[in-house]
Design a protein around this ligand. Structure first.
Ligand SMILES: [Zn+2]
Ligand SMILES: [Zn+2]
Length: 221
């Protein structure tokens, strides 16, 4: 499929056309080409895993072009805050990491000087710039644990503390106890005590010191 069609598709899924869509689509086309995957959403769909390093606009474009999603376990998210993604061909073992160049922002401004809308200028420039100006890319090796592969869950165990079930070997063993990660390392949420709206009280998560979110995290009202 050509660039414009892919960009239209991803913008529709994402909700708007933005520089991130252009970068994400181009990043994906380049990455797929580099690992020899030509039909990611068709014949090649079982060969492909993509690792994304940002939860920003471009990630939706990567999902749209590659067809890889969290739900299919074909997209892996690493919260690095970087505009980068690695495309991994499971069949050949070839993986290539593509990183958006920091200089591409300045280059975009040079290409379209005097453009009133910087956002729009960036978007248009990203469409026409050479891959070499937009990205750095290189082969990498990645190791994918069998518990991270697509397919049926490998395991399902019960947390000794909260009683909730944990799939895919995500449990943690501490002092002989089997714990979910929330109980072992602290959860992103806190149960509200004495909440009159709370149902299924018998399954409520017991709060204790180990589950307090760390102090730098914001608590939403
Ligand atoms: Zn966007
Ligand atoms: Zn637990």
């Amino acid at each position: 499929m050509d660039f414009e069609t892919l960009l239209n598709e991803s913008s529709k899924i994402h909700g708007h056309l933005c520089p991130g869509q252009v970068l994400g689509v181009r990043m994906s086309i380049l990455g797929l080409q580099e690992i020899g995957v030509s039909d990611p959403r068709g014949a090649d769909r079982k060969k492909l895993i993509v690792f994304v390093e940002m939860d920003r606009c471009a990630t939706d474009a990567v999902q749209s072009v590659t067809g890889c999603t969290l739900g299919h376990r074909t997209m892996k998210f690493f919260d690095y805050g970087k505009m980068a993604a690695t495309f991994f061909n499971l069949e050949s073992g070839r993986a290539v990491r593509v990183l958006a160049r920091e200089k591409s922002r300045d280059r975009a401004k040079e290409l379209l000087p005097g453009h009133a809308d910087v956002h729009k200028a960036q978007l248009e420039a990203y469409k026409v710039m050479a891959d070499e100006d937009l990205f750095d890319w290189r082969p990498v090796t990645v190791e994918l644990d069998v518990a991270d592969m697509p397919g049926r869950p490998l395991s399902r165990v019960r947390c000794d503390r909260c009683g909730e079930h944990v799939q895919d070997c995500r449990e943690v063993r501490i002092d002989g106890a089997t714990l979910c990660r929330a109980c072992a390392h602290g959860a992103y949420f806190r149960t509200i005590e004495n909440d009159p709206d709370s149902c299924h009280r018998e399954h409520r998560v017991h709060r204790d010191g180990r589950q307090q979110p760390s102090s730098h995290k914001r608590t939403l009202p």
